[in-house]
Design a protein around this ligand. Sequence first.
Ligand SMILES: [Zn+2]
Length: 354
Amino acid sequence: MLKQAKLAVLRAAETVGVSSLVAGGAWRRGRLLILCYHGVSMNDEHAWSDLYVSPEFFRRRMELIRQARCSVLPLDEALDRLQRETLPDRAVALTFDDGFHDFYRVAFPLLEAYGYPVTLYLTTYYVGFNRPVFDPACSYLLWKGRRRERLDWPEVFPGGAALDEAGRAGAVRRFKQYAHLRKLSGAEKDGLLRQLAERLEIDYDDLCRRRVLHLITPEEGRDLAARGVDLQLHTHRHRVYRRRNRMFQELNDNRSRIRELTPKEPRHFCYTGGFYLPEHVSQLREYGICSATTCRPGLCTRATDPLELPRLVDSMSQSDLEFRAWMAGTADLLPKRRHEMSEDQLGEEDTPGA
Ligand SMILES: [Zn+2]
């Protein structure tokens, strides 16, 4: 369905009152909307990636949730009440992925002000090694350096790299591949990012001082847990693996780090990048995971497999109208965009490198 046609239907549904009928009815009461965010900008991150939203945008979203009189529930309680068919009207659960420092600095104070509970799916390698997260940081740096159009660095980019809109994705891929093929350690990757920043005349130390694209520290994690944030599993190295033992090791590594931050046992999981294979569902079940969220848009029902929960990844390209339609439930009745899963999320079995 064309985007314009879909918006016209949603607008008409609001105008003639169908939206509020759906929003207040039994059909929606039997469903849960899980929302997903990644980052809220400390500076210009939302201009760089669709996974970031500006603080103004995020505040407006929280305000729309309030105006729609949604019941924002802790994830645990929401899933439990979904099964027992006791959800309140317009049930919503809020989740953040990864655990970037900007969650601590920008997003959480806003959530606290609204009194909304939140689940943070925390990937833990970069919590301990508290430096810029390699994959997003190389993409961010190359975006910051886009005005120079080309980068000549023969060792990393034989033949040079185009940094304009069309060439940048290729440059990011080649940069990541360079590090991957050499099996660089976390510290070596950090050194490589510093070299990239220097070549692009970006102040790397300043970026680090401001904690851009850093994850929370263990102290910040403990503070968040003490203030009611629900810390849950997202793998240690932000990778899933085909082999059961390797996947279990990843979960063990992630869980043991989270246990150091909170007395609450983590039992909920979020697929990294929304990527998963059929074997992951059975592995998670065997591991004792209660729920796992995907990035497939939709509302959860009692019949949904708790290890394949749909979730709406919100972004600044989604209009207020679409967002209201998701809270009401009407958006779930229309054809939905597909979430493209990327095999980038699949780690190599023999390399535990982060
Ligand atoms: Zn993630």
